[in-house]
Design a protein around this ligand. Sequence first.
Ligand code: SF4
Length: 209
Amino acid sequence: MGDATAGMRHMDCLIYEYRPLRLYVNLTSRCTNECTFCGRTAHHFRLGEFDLRLSREHPAAAYLAALQRRLAAGRDPIEVVFCGYGEPTLRIEELLEIARWATTQGLPVRLNTNGQAELIHHTDIISRLVGCIDRVNVSLNAPDAASYVRVSCPAAGDEAWPWVVEFLRRAVRHLPDAWASVVGAVLSPEEVSAARELAAHCGTRLLVR
Ligand code: SF4
């Protein structure tokens, strides 16, 4: 489901229902990575029928209004998911406000993230997620720093990798469910195996997309 804010030239898609009954929250078009496989890097921002390019960043109230309209209009959703062509934790205050509201509605909340929140904000973000984020998919994307730089081209260069691994490790420890993911097409089978071992070392599973 797309949601447009009146008076805007571009029909910004604030929430979208990419999979039925899952409400995806498109918080930002900014990211600290330039992953080789990402539609954002290719500047098309398209995901199926949805154009996720945002002409500007919208306040949390606009998302809450869109979510409330959706809840009033259709079958009950089963999950709220922070996911778009951008890194949601760049807007951590808005993310937390929306996640807390979803929690009060009894909706499970998932965060899809590149795992760099604590590098971005230089503070403990995991503890702020406790109580309002139920599931976290950390885009590990690689088994080591060199392949992470190759695949995800982080703005922070080599420095990003240990932050991503530590975020995964702490998310597994402190949140109800957290796992890692990679895109199989951009890694060798050996790299996928090594990423699976690293995820296991962090106490969780690897999703190969
Ligand atoms: S971290 Fe996610 S949003 Fe950012 S460039 Fe990579 S795939 Fe795209």
